[in-house]
Design a protein around this ligand. Structure first.
Ligand code: SF4
Ligand code: SF4
Length: 185
């Protein structure tokens, strides 16, 4: 398997796990929301991005399947299992954050929302992985670095999963979580 295909496989698996955890944490609030923050122009980033387009292709999706007005949103929420633009994970409205019980949970949730963003930082010069539009550029990527970020995000996800069950973060846990930069959208 090529580096690119291997990376796509692991990235999509990790994104699926992140999405499941976020659904568990937030679907109650988001499903009641009348100010849904999804927008067709954000959805479009998935078809403009060479990398995300490959992830759409992997799940049998392409531009013609995207609704002009609602993008990838359907009655059940976002129809993308993976391949969502990173902002779909990094953005938290105030309503969402204030419902979390304490500062530690808010911190863990913010790290969780930045795991996808972290993987693709500076994938080609200053470009984030999802900003690359020409598929030919994907062979120029530094895959060892991308795999390292994937591992960092995977380790952080495991810490967050354990924290959500135990309610405790150790010093070692903080060291793993602090590797992930938190972007305030
Ligand atoms: S993140 Fe906030 S604005 Fe967006 S759907 Fe959820 S509750 Fe609504
Ligand atoms: S979560 Fe899905 S439907 Fe919402 S903006 Fe992102 S890609 Fe579009």
């Amino acid at each position: 398997m090529s580096d690119q295909n291997n990376f796509i496989t692991h990235y999509s698996q990790l994104e699926g796990s992140i999405r499941s955890l976020m659904v568990g944490l937030f679907s109650g609030t988001c499903s009641m929301c009348t100010a849904c923050c999804c927008r067709a122009d954000i959805c479009e980033e998935a078809i403009q991005s060479a990398f995300l387009s490959l992830l759409l292709e992997k799940q049998g999706l392409s531009e013609d399947k995207m609704d002009e007005k609602y993008g990838w949103l359907d009655l059940h929420g976002c129809s993308l299992q993976y391949g969502r633009p990173p902002i779909c994970y990094t953005y938290y409205c105030d309503e969402l954050l204030v419902r979390l019980p304490n500062d530690e949970t808010q911190f863990a949730a913010k790290v969780l929302g930045n795991l996808i963003q972290h993987i693709g930082e500076q994938a080609l010069g200053d470009w984030h992985l999802v900003e690359i539009r020409n598929s030919k550029d994907l062979v120029k990527l530094d895959y060892p670095t991308l795999f390292q970020r994937l591992e960092e995000s995977t380790a952080a996800l495991q810490v967050i999963q354990t924290f959500l069950e135990s309610g405790r973060l150790t010093k070692a846990d903080y060291e793993i979580l602090n590797i992930i930069p938190i972007e305030e959208p």
